[in-house]
Ligand binder design. Sequence first.
Ligand code: ATP
Ligand code: MG
Length: 339
Amino acid sequence: MTTSPTILTGIRVNSEMTLGNFLGALLPMARLANAHSTTSHINIFVPDLHSIIDQVDGELQDNLIKSLKFYLAADLKPNQNIHFYRQSRVPAHSELCWILNCIASMGDLNRMTQYKDKSEGKESVNVGIFDYPVLMAADILLYDAVYIPVGEDQFQHIELTRRLAERFNHRFGEIFTLPAEPKAQIEFMQVANGIRIRDLQNPTKKMSKSNPAPGSKIMLFDSPEVAAKKIMSATTDSLSKIQYDMFNQPGISNLLQIEALVNDVPLQDVISTWSGESHYGDLKQKVASSVQTFLETFHERMSKISNSEILDLLATGETYANEVANTKLRAVQTAFHLR
Ligand code: ATP
Ligand code: MG
């Protein structure tokens, strides 16, 4: 029996991930899941219906399996409370999406800034882009999920989910659990939030996979030697003083941050070790070697996780997800006199 609120996270299918994505998003999520999975359900799902909005990808299946492997490589420990599933294999998501469409207004969706950004200047925009926040609401409400670790860019969608749930409950009775407000989400997710690995060449910006310059970012599948070289060439400053000061010395501070995260030690310890030193080369050597070891270990772990291990987790997870989601969907259908 579990009593704590369900935590839900969608993993966008990305075969390519930067060290920043891993250290800033995946690793904290895996740790959070491990920390809460004795008391909470942790739903980790692949939003494959969202993936098809922009593109039809022949490698989707391979890539989604690989994306889920990242969690295990990040030391997520599967247990009976951690559920892996594909959105498309739980048809209740699209069913509920349709029903929620009938209580959502055009005005609700027109306000979504993501939609505005993505559709701006385009001659033709598919309805999926417009409607995707409603599908996201269904993803959340089917499982009574309260915590959904998402970036700020998704807060508006969480607010929409809350609004739709409230509207529904007001008309039909308390069927949906409202997800926590964005502020409460941040408080809950504290550990997992706020880490921003910087661009190695321009450390005033964050590292981004869409930056075309290879030297700006470390990809998770870079060879460990290449990654070490990128660290050695990272932009620093001319102050010749190692200290943690993201504002005035973002390059050096970024290296200290990376050093702490890849070795899983507190940032404060790394800062104490290096503060006052002046040889940037020494720090770079150390971080380069840490990153190299980190990637070697990561690649080895990835190679040991088989596809069938992931497919087994999906099979169990999808049985669970269908059970929970269908129970909720039936209640909703009853409210609408669909049964
Ligand atoms: P893009 O350049 O296409 O926006 P991205 O590298 O910013 O790619 P996203 O797919 O936008 O990656 O984000 C995936 C996850 O990684 C999000 O949770 C985001 O907050 C996190 N993330 C992205 N960049 C960093 C970074 N530099 N440091 C820490 N976390 C990051
Ligand atoms: Mg981004």
